[in-house]
Ligand binder design. Structure first.
Ligand code: FA5
Length: 339
């Protein structure tokens, strides 16, 4: 009996070695013939061993036969599943790879930049974290002046802020260029402690600054008009309203006609819901204050300039009819995909 058991164990061992070398279903077919076929190893055992007279031995050979069947069938399923994975159906339509696009604010910034470039403005970027001098003091806003409260600034230290406007770029540009002419458009991130349908805590402004001999309000008007018609459409008009900024004198708010009611203030004899008056506010502007020119080491007797600072998200809102600025920063892909 002992030699028979050794023979059975040898067959198991041989089978395991054979299985290791098999990777195709045709290999498994061959093993099936080798072990379970008419002339196979199991039939040979049944023929040559006294299985009829030794029931224990008969049981052991039967168990071996079942073991071989199980192992071969497991191996066959393994080889078939690998084979299925390897099949490539070239007629199946390809997967569509999702394509990203630029964020609508980036698109607006690029469009704004290109409009001003056509007028010869040079794009600049100045710090978002700024010292008191560039941000306020040098812009004619002394400490303790009530104008400091206007912009709901985020202070980092007593002397540094997250810029609430891009006007810090005015002094930095004067410092960089040292002499006229200056014609820059500074587009950057700005921060204020505000949040509602028309205000977000982080937004972008584009700040224009032109300084040269003989610059006057008509130049400001021309640039404003050109921007409004290029960005919003040729039918749009602009107007100046008197206002106050510490760093410009005189100062204005600039309005543009509403695209919904075309500046009439009425839609089908009902007051326009978007503007109520026919006009929408674009942003602040004015002639650079002589004190600011002096702080930038420019002589107000020799040159003059105009500046303006408008909101990127706000012009986007006016152009596209967005009802709420906060949509822009909600990161809802269903909204963003539309632009
Ligand atoms: C200023 O920031 C001035 N520095 C603009 C200026 C520059 C005047 C140069 C004169 C010369 P104001 O606070 O009005 O001005 O802001 C300008 C524009 O920024 C607003 O008209 C609006 O379009 C945009 N804005 C202001 N606050 C927010 C906000 N929280 N969210 C989105 N846009 C805003």
């Amino acid at each position: 009996m002992v030699t028979k058991v050794i023979e059975i164990e040898q067959i198991k061992h041989e089978l395991d070695n054979d299985l290791k070398k098999s990777s195709l279903s045709s290999d498994v077919d061959k093993l099936n013939t080798k072990y379970l076929g008419k002339q196979g190893r199991i039939n040979f055992l049944f023929k040559t061993l006294p299985v009829k007279t030794d029931p224990q031995l008969g049981k052991a050979v039967n168990e071996l036969k079942n073991l071989i069947k199980d192992k071969l069938s497991a191996k066959l399923s393994e080889t078939l599943s690998h084979a299925q994975q390897d099949i490539v159906d070239v007629t199946v339509p390809g997967l569509e790879i999702p394509q990203g696009s630029l964020h609508l604010v980036t698109q607006a910034i690029e469009e704004i930049e290109s409009i001003f470039q056509k007028l010869g403005f040079v794009r600049r970027r100045y710090p978002e974290v700024e010292t008191d001098w560039y941000y306020a003091e040098g812009l004619n806003i002394p400490k303790d002046h009530p104008a400091r409260d206007d912009q709901e600034t985020f202070y980092i230290t007593n002397n540094t802020v997250l810029t609430a406007h891009t006007s810090n770029g005015q002094l930095r540009e004067m410092e960089l260029k040292k002499t006229p002419p200056i014609k820059m458009i500074n587009i950057g991130k700005t921060y204020r402690r505000q949040i509602d349908a028309t205000h977000t805590p982080m937004f972008h402004q584009f700040e224009g600054l032109v300084i040269d001999k003989g610059i006057n309000i008509t130049h400001l008007l021309g640039v404003t008009e050109y921007f409004a018609k290029s960005y919003f459409g040729q039918e749009r008009q602009t107007r100046l309203r008197p206002h106050h900024f510490q760093f410009t004198e005189p100062s204005f708010e600039i309005d543009v006609t509403c695209g919904v009611c075309q500046g009439t203030g009425m839609v089908h004899e009902i007051p326009c819901k978007v503007c109520k008056s026919g006009w929408l506010e674009l942003g602040g502007a004015g002639m650079v204050h002589p004190n600011v020119l002096r702080n930038g080491n420019f002589d107000p007797e020799e040159c003059s300039g105009f500046a303006f600072g408008w909101g990127v998200e706000r012009v986007l809102m006016i152009k596209s009819g967005l009802p709420d600025l906060r949509l822009i920063y909600n990161d809802d892909i269903r909204f963003l995909k539309q632009f």
